[in-house]
Design a protein around this ligand. Structure first.
Ligand code: SOE
Length: 382
């Protein structure tokens, strides 16, 4: 079985989620030709790096990502560091002919994203962005249902939310481990790039391209202590963002995201309404897809709650896990995405979302932020 030597850069939450996928994928997808090997992990702090390597089973450590990329025994570079480092690492990895896997969002903005697309495409290296929610079985099922045209000849509405509440306290610092998402230099934006990017990626996949947007953003806490500089600094990220949009298929979109919705930890929901049917999904009930079909007999017509765990019923990915009725979770979405990537690699095919797909999401994020700043409708750049 060919081995695929992984070099992971970053040892945080996403580093763990991806590593779990590398460890699990061959057990549950034994038919895959490529087997990931945890070759090296890289973080700046040597003791953290060693601890991570020991806990997760990486063979070696590096504290300089340039060195990791230059190593001849690394086949794939996985970028799990704050957003402002994605571009530089991806460009160097592509120059060194490595496969490049990048945590979302692809970049700080679409001009950086475009450079990254050029780099991987010029080098001809396989690439993918970790928009993992596509591979939750209920979301993949939604995609199949939509592609079969079951919602009807016209789609009217797409709405999505991603709500959290973890930054309400003004004592949460910006910058540093875990809180770099509040530092505009490291993150590029706030909820737009962190949370709405997920909603946008799923929406583009399920409902096609977005043509123009009208957005508003707010920064509720204006100053925060910076964990690295130790100084109070203005906050440059958006704490909340909502936008309206038009899709190319004629439907209307409404998106909302915030880290100030008290009581919500990670409420990601979407709903699509078509001429004949609607469907909706909720991350906190992630194994269910809700479906309403107006063509059902009137007396029995109503919302169905489909428990997406039955591979006999054709539910995506579920044949890989347990017996029908037993559910899986968040971490499995990464295993599925990796399995799809490895299968595509064997066939020498691209596995979406590629960097090019990630760039489309980035362009919508850019248009959203411009619209909020300029208080007007903005076209998404071609
Ligand atoms: C932020 O809290 C966060 O961890 C995002 O960065 C992830 O992409 C999202 O899946 C969950 O929330």
């Amino acid at each position: 079985m060919p081995r695929l030597n992984i070099g992971l850069i970053g040892g945080g939450f996403m580093g763990r989620a991806h590593t779990n996928a590398y460890k699990r994928v061959s057990d549950f997808f034994p038919e895959l030709e490529y087997q990931p090997v945890l070759k090296a992990v890289c973080t700046l702090d040597e003791s953290i790096c060693r601890k991570f390597a020991g806990q997760w089973g990486y063979e070696s450590t590096e504290t300089d990502w340039h060195k990791l990329i230059e190593r001849a025994d690394i086949d794939a570079v996985d970028i799990c560091v704050p957003n402002h480092l994605h571009k530089e690492i991806a460009l160097e990895a592509a120059r060194n002919n490595k496969i490049v896997l990048c945590e979302k969002p692809l970049a700080l903005n679409s001009s950086e994203g475009a450079e990254m697309v050029t780099a991987v495409e010029k080098a001809g290296v396989p690439n993918m962005v970790w928009y993992n929610y596509r591979r939750i079985p209920a979301v993949s099922l939604a995609k199949a249902i939509i592609d079969e045209g079951k919602l009807g000849s016209q789609i009217y509405h797409y709405r999505a939310n991603f709500l959290q509440d973890w930054t309400i306290s003004p004592d949460v610092p910006q910058g540093g481990n875990g809180t770099w998402r509040l530092d505009v230099q490291a993150a590029g934006s706030g909820v737009t790039g962190d949370l709405l990017a997920h909603c946008i990626d799923t929406a583009l996949w399920l409902n096609g391209s977005i043509t123009d947007v009208s957005a508003m953003t707010e920064t509720f806490v204006k100053e925060r202590l910076h964990a690295i500089s130790g100084a109070m600094q203005p906050v440059g990220i958006d704490d909340a963002c909502a936008f309206l949009c038009h899709f190319a298929n004629g439907s209307l979109g409404v998106f909302e995201s915030t880290r100030y919705a008290r009581g919500h930890k990670a409420l990601y929901t979407f709903e699509i309404n078509g001429r004949d049917a609607s469907l909706r999904w909720d991350l906190q009930d992630l194994h269910r897809m809700e479906y309403f079909d107006h063509r059902d007999e009137g007396r029995l017509r109503g919302w169905r709650s489909i428990h997406v765990t039955d591979h006999g019923g054709g539910h995506p990915y579920m044949d890989k896990w347990w017996v029908p009725g037993l559910q899986i979770g968040y971490e499995h979405s990464f295993v599925h995405q990796l399995a799809d990537f490895l299968a595509a690699l064997s066939k020498k095919e691209a596995c979406p979302p590629t960097f090019r797909d990630g760039l489309e999401t980035q362009k919508v994020c850019d248009a959203v932020l411009t619209s909020a700043r300029e208080r007007c409708w903005v076209k998404v750049s071609a």
